[in-house]
Design a protein around this ligand. Structure first.
Ligand SMILES: N[C@@H](CCC(=O)N[C@@H](CS)C(=O)NCC(=O)O)C(=O)O
Length: 201
């Protein structure tokens, strides 16, 4: 699908206040599709695949994996993001005198504890990720996969199945294409990007 990618400097409230006229929450991502405006990343993924690739990128309600697919998709934003935001804020975003190493350590542990519940499911899924990598047509996990890839800065302590899954995602052509599109848009729009540690070469 053709799309226009608009990059914004972060934090938005400070560096892109005009964006609040577009999204009063001042959060990213945000999607405009005609008259539709959405601000929830999991819902955006679900919307795009259901509307524009039915039977290709999504899992339909009548399929056995439907509930599992939705669970994986929403697990990323609803369960994994909360501890990550505390780590990002108190390890990276706050000025040095307001950083809180104890909070960072506690919520990094919480994040990894929550992630551990995922490892057995991922072990069972390894083949489908490999299938996607080799063009085997198993792209239906893509939507859930994209959500799970938002694991900024916490990947050093991944358990082996999670690390393997994350490596496989990073090698996917679609993922690399999206990263390249993001870098090109940032360059063209004069916005600097700081790649997550896991994305640096
Ligand atoms: N639940 C929303 C969360 C969006 C969100 O909080 N985005 C962060 C960046 S990852 C943001 O824009 N924060 C800026 C702010 O809260 O001012 C989603 O899944 O998209």
């Amino acid at each position: 699908m053709p799309y226009e990618l608009k990059m914004l400097p972060f934090p938005l409230r400070v560096l892109a206040r005009a964006f609040m006229e577009v999204n009063p929450l001042s959060t990213i991502p945000a999607l405009e599709d005609g008259a539709l405006f959405m601000t929830e990343s999991a819902a955006i993924c679900q919307y795009l695949v259901a509307r524009y690739s039915p039977g290709m990128l999504d899992v339909a309600p009548h399929e056995a994996d439907f509930g599992r697919y939705l669970n994986f998709l929403h697990f990323g934003e609803a369960t994994l993001t909360f501890p990550q935001t505390l780590v990002l804020r108190y390890a990276h975003l706050e000025p040095p005198e307001r950083r809180q190493p104890q909070i960072v350590e506690d919520y990094a542990r919480w994040f990894h504890a929550r992630l551990r519940t995922l490892a057995p499911s991922l072990e069972a899924r390894t083949l489908s990720v490999r299938g996607a990598l080799h063009g085997g047509g198993h792209f239906r996990r893509l939507c859930a996969d994209v959500m799970l890839a938002e694991l900024l800065g916490l990947s050093e302590r991944f358990a082996p199945p999670i690390a393997q899954y994350w490596r496989a995602l990073r090698e996917r052509e679609g993922f690399l294409r999206a990263m390249r599109a993001q870098e090109a848009a940032a360059l063209a729009q004069n916005v600097s990007t700081v790649p997550a540690p896991a994305l640096r070469p």
